[in-house]
Design a protein around this ligand. Structure first.
Ligand SMILES: [Zn+2]
Length: 355
């Protein structure tokens, strides 16, 4: 379902998937990654919309937070947790990209720390300013849209709803009220510090690199890297156990992942999903995108339309093997994979045609 929720909004594992992980996140978990570095994972919002992972990095003179998540109530909970860890203020908040499941909590941080520097690439800063306020305002209309889909019995692409999808839409509608109530009272705070390639911050005994390695999930994806601790926060360039590929730049994405895999990292926080302890999953996603891009390119070069590619691709590309690599035996994750893969075909096709 989450793929439907994301696709509608954005229109835009280690080698073997861990059974414990899933595209759905049900509980809040806090994990210490190193002395003074933590990850907070957030449960999906009540309407099933995903919330980003957050990283907290504490130095002698200040704190840097990666991604503020979706619900202001979750961001406030994180801030209360940070205050238990340290008396230092949050001096920097990095938005890895513009999607508001990573940025809508910005207001809670600004309220708690009025001198905060909210950092993003120039592209992300502009997109948050231009797009997000309208997207947040349109959010309540999701209920009506989902109800219409249920009534029609068909997905937006015309495919009949499965029983699982029907249940998921019902769950989303049922959980929408508290989410909308929170969103009504929040403004999308725009980053006040923009960079193009790289920003190096010394938090006091703690060096942090904030870098743009190339496009992928969006036009302005940022990673945060601690060279000494070998810790990496990837944003949604990397999501585990199934990648989010709803738009973005699929031709650039594998190159950016390959650059990411060059970093000396042994602890990796994806944008969503469990902490990874090696780089094999980065390579797996890069290989998947490279294989899929090459196959779509061959189809485009043979003169097929998007509709023709969509129809023939399940026969010309080994979807089942890749689905099993990412989703394992989980039906829910397999459904998510099919959703993200549908979106990938379209995005790759469009990017190949446009160049
Ligand atoms: Zn996300």
């Amino acid at each position: 379902m989450k793929h439907l929720a994301l696709a509608l909004l954005l229109s835009f594992p280690p080698a073997t998937p861990l059974l414990a992980d899933s595209t759905a996140t049900k509980t809040r978990t806090v994990t210490r990654l190193a002395d003074g570095v933590w990850t907070i994972r957030h449960p999906d919002a009540p309407d099933t919309f995903p919330q980003s992972n957050t990283m907290v990095i504490v130095g002698d003179r200040g704190v840097l937070v990666v991604d503020s998540c979706l619900l202001p109530s979750s961001a406030r909970e994180d801030i209360a947790q940070i205050r238990q860890w340290t008396n230092e203020p949050v001096t920097y908040l990095v938005n890895t990209h513009w999607h508001f499941d990573h940025t809508l909590g910005n207001a809670a941080y600004l309220e708690a720390y009025p001198a905060i520097q909210i950092v993003a690439t120039r592209h992300t800063q502009k997109t948050i300013a231009d797009w997000n306020p309208g997207a947040v305002a349109r959010y309540p209309a999701r209920g009506e849209r989902f109800r219409k889909i249920l009534e029609s019995g068909k997905n937006p692409d015309g495919r009949p709803l499965t029983e699982g999808e029907r249940k998921d839409y019902e769950r989303s509608i049922a959980g929408l009220t508290p989410v909308v109530a929170e969103m009504k009272n929040v403004v999308q705070v725009v980053p006040n510090v923009a960079f193009d390639r790289e920003l190096r911050v010394d938090l006091g005994g703690r060096a942090v690199e904030i870098r743009f390695l190339g496009r992928g999930n969006t036009g302005g994806d940022t990673i945060v890297y601690l060279p000494k601790e070998k810790i990496l926060a990837t944003g949604d360039l990397l999501v585990h156990p199934v990648p989010y590929l709803f738009g973005g730049f699929p031709l650039d994405h594998p190159r950016t992942l390959r650059a990411m895999a060059e970093l000396d990292a042994t602890t990796i926080m994806p944008g969503h999903g469990e902490i990874l302890r090696d780089k094999s999953y980065i390579v797996q996603v890069a290989e998947f995108l490279e294989a899929s891009n090459a196959a779509i390119e061959a189809e485009v070069n043979s003169g097929k339309t998007l509709e023709e590619v969509q129809a023939s691709f399940p026969r010309t590309f080994d979807v089942a093997t890749w689905r099993a690599k990412f989703a394992g035996t989980s039906l829910e994750d397999a459904e998510f994979f099919d959703g993200t893969f549908d979106a990938l075909i379209k995005a790759s096709y469009n990017q190949i045609k446009a160049r």
